[in-house]
Design a binder for this molecule. Structure first.
Ligand code: NAD
Length: 270
C-alpha cells in the first residue's frame, strides 16, 4: 500500500455487500490511510452487512436516503463533526431503476418509476453536491467521484432508463464541477466502469451474456470492482489534482473498440 490517502477524510455512499464497488473502495481507502463515514439508504441497513465493513474499516455508519435533502444535511454535518474536519473525498456509488427491476421495456416505461429512478440514480448526485457546496464541507483540492456507465453515450438497449440517468449524472459532474473548481478548488469527475457483477449490475436483463461479450471485446478484459476501487483511490489522492469535469473510462479499452478477434471467432463458429 502507498499511504495515498493518509490523513484524508471522506464519505462513501453505496456499500451494500461485498460485491459492491463502494465496498471495495472503502476497503482500499482504509488501507491507504483514510478515515470516512459509510452511508446507505435506511432500507439497505436492514441487510446489516454494512456494519461488518464499518467494523473492519473503523468507520461509523450514518443512514441517508440520497434523495432526501434533510438526510443529506444531517449526514454531511455529522460526518464533518465525527471525522474532525472538512472532507477530502466523496464517492457517489448509487444506482437503481424500478423499470429495470420490474422488466418494463424502455419504450413502455412506468413514468412514476422513471421519476423515482432518476431521483435516486442521477438527481441525488446534484443534491449531494448542493449540500456539500452550501455547507462549504469540502477541503481545497478535495475530490468528488460518481460512478457511471457507457450507456450514457452509446446504445445498450437493456440498460433502459438508467442510460438517461447516467447521461444526466455525467452532465452534472461537469456543470457542478465548474463551480466547485472555481470556488473551492475541488474536482468532480465520473468514472465509467466496465460491467461488474454486483446487485445493481446483475439486475440488468442479459447481464451475464453482456459481461462475456465485453470481456471478449476489451483488449485488457473487463475492469473488476477492485480495479475500479484502485482507480477511484487515485482520483481521491493528491496525484490527480488537476483532473476535473471528466468522464473517465475505466473499461479495459472497450469504449474504443469496433470489433475484436475473439468476437469474430465466436461469430464464425455460429
Ligand atoms: N455493476 C455494474 O455493472 C456497473 C457498471 C458501471 C457503473 N455502475 C455504477 O456503480 C454504482 C454502484 O453500483 P454497484 O454496481 O456497486 O451495485 P450495488 O447494488 O452494490 O450498489 C448500488 C447502491 O445504491 C444504493 N442505493 C439505492 N437507492 C439508494 C438511495 N435512495 N439512497 C442511497 N443509496 C441508495 C444501494 O443500497 C446500493 O448500495 C452505481 O452508480 C452503478 O450504476 C455499475
Amino acid at each position: 500500500m502507498y499511504n495515498l490517502l493518509k490523513g484524508k477524510r471522506g464519505i462513501i455512499f453505496g456499500a451494500l455487500d461485498q460485491n459492491s464497488i463502494a465496498w471495495k473502495v472503502a476497503e482500499r481507502a482504509h488501507e491507504e490511510g483514510a478515515t470516512f463515514v459509510l452511508t446507505n439508504a435506511p432500507i439497505a441497513m436492514r441487510f446489516g452487512e454494512i456494519n461488518a465493513l464499518a467494523e473492519k474499516t473503523g468507520s461509523q455508519v450514518i443512514p441517508a436516503d440520497a434523495t432526501s435533502m434533510e438526510d443529506l444535511e444531517n449526514l454531511i454535518t455529522q460526518s464533518v463533526e465525527i471525522l474532525g474536519g472538512k472532507l477530502d473525498f466523496v464517492l457517489h456509488s448509487i444506482g437503481m431503476s424500478i423499470n429495470v427491476r420490474k422488466g418494463n421495456h424502455y419504450t413502455e416505461q412506468n413514468y412514476d418509476y422513471t421519476h423515482k429512478g432518476f431521483d435516486v440514480s442521477a438527481l441525488s448526485f446534484h443534491k449531494v453536491m448542493n449540500v456539500l457546496y452550501k455547507n462549504k464541507a469540502m477541503n481545497e483540492w478535495g475530490s468528488i467521484v460518481a460512478l457511471s456507465y457507457m450507456a450514457a453515450q452509446r446504445v445498450f438497449p437493456d440498460y433502459n432508463d438508467m442510460a438517461d440517468n447516467k447521461a444526466y449524472l455525467e452532465s452534472v459532474a461537469r456543470s457542478f464541477g465548474y463551480f466547485f473548481g472555481r470556488d473551492f478548488k475541488v474536482r468532480v469527475n465520473t468514472i465509467s466502469q466496465s460491467p461488474t457483477p454486483t446487485t445493481a449490475g446483475t439486475g440488468v436483463k442479459g447481464f451475464g451474456d453482456f459481461l462475456v461479450f465485453a470481456e471478449k471485446m476489451s483488449p485488457l478484459g473487463n475492469a473488476t470492482a477492485l480495479e475500479c476501487a484502485d482507480y477511484t483511490i487515485t482520483m481521491f489522492s493528491d496525484l490527480t489534482r488537476k483532473v476535473t469535469l471528466q468522464n473517465l473510462l475505466h473499461d479495459g479499452g472497450f469504449s474504443n473498440m469496433g470489433i475484436s478477434d475473439a468476437i469474430v471467432a465466436d461469430y464464425l463458429r455460429e
